[in-house]
Design a protein around this ligand. Structure first.
Ligand SMILES: CC(C)(COP(=O)(O)OP(=O)(O)OC[C@H]1O[C@@H](n2cnc3c(N)ncnc32)[C@H](O)[C@@H]1OP(=O)(O)O)[C@@H](O)C(=O)NCCC(=O)NCCS
Length: 332
């Protein structure tokens, strides 16, 4: 049987920084409020002419280079994004494939908001274990600044741009295999976090005269409570299902939405400080890109060693959630 191994990680962060002080000149907020309620100090913002596929392509290029696998051997590309280059088609994954000069590949996007990276990890694992694909490039890429309403202080303080990517490939060595991925969704909570306009679910006149047709809207406080509850339950379940405890985890890499959510979940799981990866202060919430961007930070600091067990967990619009137990299994 083929197993799926997590071979490499790469990320791209746009240069321009939007600080809390910058935001305090745009909306009625302060650095103190944002820091206290979210842990975010700054976020990176893509240039006007930089697209989501540009960010994703740069992260993917690094992930392929670090994987030791030739680009010509990549046979599937999956992108998780809620800020695609184009509404509906073509998919951002096909554009990234073209920009990377990949050969004929299967390529598509998925929409699972901030849980996107865990969903595409599950997809890559399933395609590889079934024998349908051998080397899958997965990318979480977001230009959230393009769908953020910079007049809404409840949301604009949270989001940033960036991309992260990984190469997942077939292996016969069980010790290299991704152990488990859990994914879930509950549409009952769909209205907590959404881009209400621009699709068939919105009345046509909602778009008339609107510049921000696709802006995100969020019921922050309710989202916060459901997030803590759902994430804690999901992580406890995946650990128990695999006879593992928090002590077995080297790096706990949660979706970077809010420091207080990460702290509450980490405390409930009795994670030690050195296990918890935190990048929310410098990148904000980059949705589907946040977990691979955080993982890339650990890698670039030289702390992601072969065999290290990572616990990923995420939560986002839909609502969706997911968790994964992943040993880092580089080829080189
Ligand atoms: C958005 C969030 C930071 C708001 O923090 P909160 O503690 O829940 O704050 P509330 O929404 O209850 O608002 C409290 C007060 O702060 C105000 N406020 C909201 N945003 C503000 C800002 N940027 N600056 C200053 N005040 C702000 C509100 O208007 C409210 O004022 P009021 O009491 O006079 O009505 C928090 O709810 C959150 O992070 N939620 C989860 C978001 C998330 O993770 N989303 C993505 C999931 S993937």
């Amino acid at each position: 049987m083929a197993y799926a191994a997590f071979r490499s990680i790469g990320a791209y962060v746009p240069q321009k920084i939007l600080s809390n002080d910058d935001l305090s000149k745009m909306v009625d907020t302060t650095d103190e409020w944002i820091t206290k309620r979210t842990g975010i100090k700054e976020r990176h913002i893509a240039d006007e002419n930089e697209t989501t596929s540009d960010l994703g392509m740069k992260a993917a290029s690094l992930a392929i280079e670090r994987s030791g696998i030739d680009a010509s051997a990549i046979d599937m590309v999956v992108c998780a994004t809620i800020s695609p280059d184009y509404f509906c088609m073509p998919s951002t994954a096909t554009i990234i494939s073209k920009k990377l000069g990949l050969g004929p590949v299967t390529a598509f996007d998925i929409s699972a908001a901030c849980t996107g990276f865990v969903y595409i990890l599950a997809i890559a694992k399933a395609f590889i274990e079934s024998g349908m694909k051998k080397n899958v490039l997965i990318i979480g890429a977001e230009k959230l600044s393009a769908i953020t309403d910079y007049t809404d202080r409840g949301t604009c303080i949270l989001f940033g741009d960036g991309a992260g990517a990984a190469v997942i490939s077939a292996t016969e060595k069980k010790e290299e295999a991704i152990i488990d991925v859990h994914t879930g969704a509950d549409g009952t909570y769909a209205d907590l976090l959404m881009t209400p306009n621009g699709g068939t679910g919105s009345p046509h006149d909602a778009l008339e005269g609107e510049t921000g047709a696709c802006f995100m809207q969020m019921k922050g406080n309710e989202t916060f409570k459901v997030a803590v509850r759902t994430l804690t339950k999901d992580v406890k379940e995946i650990l128990a299902a695999n006879n593992l405890t928090g002590d077995d985890i080297k790096h706990f890499i949660p979706h970077q939405a809010n420091y207080r959510i990460i702290k509450a979940v980490g405390d409930a799981l009795k994670m030690r400080e050195e296990q918890v990866v935190l990048t929310v202060a410098k990148y904000g919430n980059t949705s589907g890109a946040s977990i691979p961007m955080a993982m890339n930070d650990v890698y670039e600091q030289g702390n992601l060693k072969k065999g290290a067990l990572m616990l990923l967990d995420a939560f986002g619009g839909g609502l969706t959630w997911g968790s994964a137990l992943v040993p880092f299994s580089p080829l080189k």
